[in-house]
Write a protein that binds this ligand. Structure first.
Ligand SMILES: C[S@@+](CC[C@H](N)C(=O)[O-])C[C@H]1O[C@@H](n2cnc3c(N)ncnc32)[C@H](O)[C@@H]1O
Length: 316
């Protein structure tokens, strides 16, 4: 909190002009709400390539990590030599670290940024970060669930959609865990064969991201760039990409260590139910994968396991 105060008092001029932006984008136009959000926040540092970004973080928001970094690297690889990204929409904006890096480190020019997040705190914090970190950026932040029937209505055309969203099925049947928006919540939609497969392997949110993105991208022949863990296995990845009308290719892959705090047991049930295999790796350099069941055994022995993390480009 102390650092947040110092950081913000140095930028008090920005804060004053920010209230106007807040008023146009959401009902949080009173300084009381602003103060409440600030009281939750701390200042963090994110290093990316040769640059670094200071940003505000609240508890329970996703702390940018190698997934965030992979998304940015995949994007940079695809947009090499381009200086402008046009109108960008990000699903699951979290703290707002992605636009901060795009504008302040990677030096892209962005006409407009539309950020969506199910977590209202993420929406408030990302507004603060964009107002302070990218004062000239035109943006709109929407607090919405892109899985539910009440998806936001978007009147704007966009050039690029970005998404680094959860992809691990949740064990609980609770509608949503307010303290852990990182997990995918149980599927709420129609239960067709493909839907069940996507739900069981934690891919329904990504599927919904793609489905939701197509109409606003169509006019400008735009693209979606998203992170996709290889954990779900090749067969499931194939089902995902063949169920959408987009041309899909992997633009960047890294191998990452499975987070030990995440419960991967639902993937064992999915393997059994669908008689298929997930894809983990016993060692970072291995070519042949192991199943979720084998991965859990290895983790129980206190040994790390790994999985591929792809950055996927899906074009209209
Ligand atoms: C892994 S974080 C990504 C944060 C940031 N974009 C980054 O790359 O560091 C995923 C974000 O997706 C949001 N999210 C999860 N389910 C969602 C849903 N159904 N609709 C909209 N946003 C969702 C979470 O609240 C979270 O902020």
């Amino acid at each position: 909190m102390f650092y947040a105060e110092v950081y913000l008092s140095a930028r008090i001029g920005d804060l004053i002009s920010m209230d106007e932006k807040f008023a146009t984008t959401k009902p949080m136009n009173s300084s009381k709400c602003l103060a409440e959000t600030l009281s939750l926040c701390d200042v963090h540092l994110f290093r990316f390539k040769e640059g670094e970004v200071r940003f505000l973080m609240a508890p329970n928001l996703f702390l940018p990590d190698e997934w965030t970094e992979a998304l940015l690297i995949g994007l940079a690889g695809h947009y090499t030599g381009r200086s402008t990204l046009g109108t960008v929409m990000e699903i699951g904006i979290g703290s707002g670290i992605v636009p901060l890096c795009l504008v302040n480190v990677m030096r892209y020019s962005v006409d407009r940024y539309i950020g969506i997040d199910i977590n209202p705190v993420a929406c408030e914090v990302s507004r603060l970060n964009l107002s302070l970190g990218c004062p000239r950026l035109s943006y709109r932040i929407l607090s919405a669930d892109i899985l539910a029937n009440n998806r936001p209505a978007l009147a704007e055309d966009v050039d690029l959609v970005l998404a680094n969203v959860p992809q691990m099925p949740m064990v609980s049947n609770d509608y949503i865990d307010r303290n852990n928006y990182y997990l995918a919540k149980p599927y709420q939609g129609e239960e067709g064969e493909v839907d069940i497969l996507l739900r069981d392997f934690g891919l329904e949110l990504i599927y919904n991201v793609l489905e939701f993105s197509v109409p606003p991208l169509r006019e400008r022949a735009g693209a979606v760039i998203f992170t996709l863990s290889g954990r779900c296995g090749a067969e499931q990845m194939h089902t995902l990409v063949s169920s959408i009308e987009l041309r899909v290719r992997i633009v960047h892959t890294i191998r990452v260590r499975q987070d030990v705090t995440m419960n991967i047991e639902p993937l064992i049930s999915a393997e059994k139910a669908h008689k298929t295999r997930c894809e983990f790796f016993a060692n970072p350099e291995d070519f042949d994968g192991i199943s979720a069941a084998e991965a859990i055994e290895q983790m129980r022995r206190g040994e790390p396991v790994y999985h591929d993390l792809h950055v996927v480009l899906a074009e209209i």
